[in-house]
Design a protein around this ligand. Sequence first.
Ligand code: SAM
Length: 218
Amino acid sequence: MAYKFIDNYREQGARKRLVEILRKKGIEDEQVLAAIGKVPRHYFFDETFWNQAYKDIAFPIGEGQTISQPYTVAYQTELLHIRKGDKVLEIGTGCGYQTCILMELGAKVFTIERQEKLYERTIQVLPYMGYKPKFFLGDGSIGIATDAPYDKIIVTAGAPTVPQVLLKQLNIGGILVIPVGDEQSQKMVTVLKTAENDYERHVLDTFRFVPLVGDRAW
Ligand code: SAM
């Protein structure tokens, strides 16, 4: 895939229109909308497909994976209630678009991807764009114990259940956002860690993600 990094008026205009689409669909957090309005999503597409980059759709990125739909990225990000300086674990880096959104909100991001080709591409593209998260290659379904605990954990692939190991890696007051269900559809689940062994769980809207594959996953 040949990447080109030019952000011209056409793409900037399309990005503003995308922000308005997300607002109409119910995204309310102005900081999240501002981040969507700032990150050049077309940088993750081959130039041939730039006309698809600001549609509110998921799109193939190779290796059978997708760049998430902007609405889904905004929805999950809103649920995380990111505060500047939050330590965030992202499971499923993919192309890194969600990572950039989290970093625009001031999060310190630890991101893990299991597919080597995607990992290799993302560790080149993101620093080039000016984003320097801590990248990992491996199975994120077991979290990353060496850098735990985290203030927030976001899982960007569909899991069969909430991996308990991820809850252990959350700070008290921390939030996990994870899609849980079967391979066809998942409910977005948020878990707030209220005390060492106490959790408040909410089950929200239905989505369709690629599967979380790993030791505590499919
Ligand atoms: N965050 C991405 C974005 O910004 O568009 C979307 C990610 S894509 C929907 C889900 C990613 O999760 C895929 O790249 C997939 O390879 C990855 N994945 C699946 N299981 C994983 C696991 N156990 N650990 C790490 N990554 C995993």
